[in-house]
Design a binder for this molecule. Structure first.
Ligand code: SF4
Length: 341
């Protein structure tokens, strides 16, 4: 199989062109074709000589993949299915709003983290995505020119694939890459501390931590990784980080009826987050088969939000999108397709 050029950094492209006997500046030209002009074949890189294109084509391809299928929700959300090199599939959600066009991208096939409420977690882990496979989602959706925001909140735990994720952010934000603002990129994590540190040091993108419960035992029931990375340690760590400039930290909080939606939770959240400038995004749980967790009503979510605000916390309610096509938070899964495939 030919090696993909798409997903390579400028330095890696320089190494390739020099090894192939092309001038060093060809690396910049290739990066421009791939990330700015968004061509899909080496033949389209017309400022490289025909001989040099032929030379490259012997060992390399762009490595881009079209979506295999698309489902569209009644609310305009679209869910794309992409193949990856390992023979598996991943899902990507495009969420259009009035002034915002968000792409929710995947970083792994399935996930190791096993969160109780998540369909991707139920699927188990089937492999890491390469940098090229992460970014392929960005260029291969038909809406790629309209995207205003990219969120790493699809299948997988992004910071469990830190090398490919960091490289993808580098390519997205570099002037020789997509030149996309890091202020429009958010990476979500359940709180993998060593990778979080690296991410904060090496990128300028926003961070979203999945909180879901301020109580250790309850959070461990929902998210087994709590045992390795307790939320109190994660919050201590982000409190010490200097949140200068426009970089933001937010917390995702899925509300489960009768479990994590009580006044005691509000009180403990206020204590834990005291002194940290942050936002809590409330998400109404979407029921999944075989899990005895329940969705609160819209009113209950609003009530919880009001209680947080009364404690001085900034809280927003994330409107559920694409629920009818299983594109909403926690519903992405390619389990069925893999079994058939
Ligand atoms: Fe993995 Fe995120 Fe699902 Fe947890 S919620 S199992 S980290 S994809």
């Amino acid at each position: 199989m030919k090696e993909p050029l798409f997903g390579k950094t400028l330095t890696a492209l320089q190494e390739i062109v020099l090894a192939e006997g092309l001038p060093r500046y060809s690396a910049g030209q290739i990066a421009q074709w791939l990330y700015q002009k968004k061509v899909r074949t080496i033949d389209e890189m017309t400022n490289l000589s025909k001989t040099n294109r032929e030379k490259l084509k012997k060992k390399y391809s762009t490595g881009l993949h079209e979506a295999l299928s698309m489902q569209e929700s009644a609310d305009g959300t679209k869910k794309y299915l992409f193949p990856v090199a390992s023979g598996h599939f991943i899902e990507t959600a495009y969420i259009p709003e009035k002034n915002r066009h968000t792409l929710c991208i995947s970083t792994q096939v399935g996930c190791k983290m096993g969160c109780l409420f998540c369909m991707t977690g139920k699927q188990g882990f089937h492999g890491q995505l390469s940098t090229g496979e992460i970014l392929n989602q960005v260029v291969s959706v038909p809406e790629n020119e309209q995207l205003t925001n990219i969120v790493y909140m699809g299948m997988g735990e992004p910071l469990d694939n830190p090398e490919a994720v960091l490289k993808s952010i580098d390519i997205l934000t570099a002037p020789w890459g997509f030149a996309f603002s890091p202020r429009r990129i958010t990476v979500s994590t359940i709180g993998i501390l060593p990778a979080m540190k690296d991410f904060l040091e090496k990128s300028q993108a926003h961070l979203a931590v999945s909180l879901h419960s301020p109580f250790d035992e309850e959070r461990a029931y929902l998210m087994p990784m709590q045992k390795k990375y307790p939320i109190s340690r994660v919050i201590d760590f982000v409190k010490k980080y200097d949140w200068h400039g426009q970089r933001r930290i937010s917390f995702e909080y899925i509300l489960f009826k009768g479990l994590n939606d009580t006044p005691a939770h509000v009180k403990e959240l206020a204590r834990l987050l005291n002194g940290l400038k942050c936002r809590i995004n409330l998400i109404r749980y979407h029921a999944i088969p075989g899990v005895s967790l329940h969705s609160p009503s819209v009113h209950e979510v609003e009530q919880f939000s009001e209680r947080l605000k009364a404690k001085g916390l900034i809280s927003t309610i994330r409107r559920s999108r694409g629920q009818d096509i299983a594109a909403a938070c926690g519903l992405l899964s390619t389990k069925e397709r893999e079994r058939k495939g």
